[in-house]
Design a protein around this ligand. Structure first.
Ligand SMILES: Cc1ncc(COP(=O)(O)O)c(C=O)c1O
Length: 357
């Protein structure tokens, strides 16, 4: 991208046209394949994008925290799933209670103990049981879903479904396997629960790398988040191309110590630190596919161009962060770019207090 002058760098910019394309493409994929779409709003944390997702046909949104639900809920955004096994204290219980006054809200659980702590929200709060399908993060094994579901039933909370996050899709070549694991785990857990009289149940899955490999009819709903912007991880997994990148950090070339090496004024404080073991660097450059960010400090990114060095001191370059969700969380607003001009600024609304992150 080339931006008209006056821009202070580093600047976290949304390429509006590409954002719209990404939103529409995922929604029409979900519609035609028969999945409900409940996008994860932790990626953008913006009311503006949340509204676009609902307008395009998403039946609700996913969030990671009660703080995100508070920041984004309201108006057309009236159906939220906190897909995290909340361990509620008195404060969280009363905040969840306040949310149920105006929103339909469901939260994740993977233990009877966490469900018991929500008993005062009886009849007002939905529960979805978290299943582990291979990531080995949170979630019970499918056969153990019943224990959590029964605990919810005992205290009068409605069991609305089962969910899993196939996060092992974040490794080269693992997308099909993760999608198959997701389907098998959701199917087994739902079957055990249906036999015990629970239902109807929503079987919710989906990560961005595995979304297009999800199994229709076994999985009812998908919760991808990153697809709105994409990032260097998605490029290197082969899930997105450079043309699908809708968020970049525009940076200035502040140093060119040798012809093949430039240094940018965008470091870990704006790009984020995430770097999976298989990544080729700390991010990519949108217009220079051969370049790699070999070193990252708080305020510096050191780039090896690996090609003819046409970039000069003072040039602007567009950096694609490795993990866009953490990059968004580092800024308070996103600059919206259309035809090389900044046309709007969107607040990263659900960022801020500790429990909003
Ligand atoms: C529980 C849960 N659901 C959905 C998502 C969204 O997946 P992705 O980040 O691949 O878009 C995440 C991401 O971390 C998640 O933790």
């Amino acid at each position: 991208v080339t931006l008209a002058g006056g821009l202070q760098t580093p600047a976290t910019c949304v390429i509006a046209e590409r954002l719209h394309k990404n939103l529409e493409r995922m929604q029409s994929f979900a519609d035609s394949a028969g999945f409900g779409l409940r996008p994860h709003a932790k990626t953008h944390k913006c009311t503006e994008i949340a509204r676009m997702q609902i307008r395009l046909g998403s039946h609700g949104l996913s969030v990671a925290t009660v703080g995100e639900a508070e920041a984004l809920g309201g108006g057309a955004i009236d159906d939220l799933f906190v897909c995290f096994p909340i361990w509620a204290d008195q404060d969280l219980v009363s905040r969840l209670g306040a949310l149920t006054d105006t929103l339909r809200i469901c939260i994740g659980a993977d233990s009877a103990e966490s469900v018991m702590r929500l008993r005062s929200l009886k009849g007002r709060l939905g529960i979805s049981v978290e299943i582990d399908c291979g990531l080995r993060r949170t979630g019970v094994q499918p056969a153990a879903a019943l224990g959590v579901a029964r605990a919810a039933r005992e205290v009068g909370l409605t069991v609305e479904g089962v969910f899993t996050f196939p996060g092992h899709s974040y490794a080269p070549g693992m997308q099909d396997e993760a999608a198959a694991d997701e389907a098998a785990a959701l199917e087994e857990a739902a079957a055990v629960m249906l036999q015990d009289g629970f239902g109807p149940l929503v079987r919710s899955g989906g990560s961005t790398p595995s979304a297009r490999r999800a199994h229709p009819r076994t999985v009812d709903e998908l919760r991808p988040g990153v697809y709105v912007f994409n990032d260097a991880q998605q490029i290197e997994l082969g899930v997105a191309g450079f043309d699908d990148i809708a968020l970049v950090v525009v940076a200035t070339v502040v140093s060119r110590p040798e012809p093949g090496r430039i240094v940018l004024d965008a470091g870990s404080k704006v790009l984020g630190q995430d770097r999976p073991s298989w990544a080729t660097g700390h991010g990519r450059l949108l217009d220079y596919p051969d370049a790699r960010i070999r070193g990252l400090w708080e305020h510096h990114a050191v780039v090896e161009l690996n090609g003819p060095g046409t970039i000069r001191l003072g040039d602007l370059v567009a950096v694609v962060p490795n993990h866009v969700c953490t990059a968004v969380n580092l800024v308070s607003e996103l600059l919206v770019v259309e035809a090389a001009s900044v046309v709007d600024r969107w607040a990263v609304r659900a960022r801020g207090g500790h429990d909003h992150r």
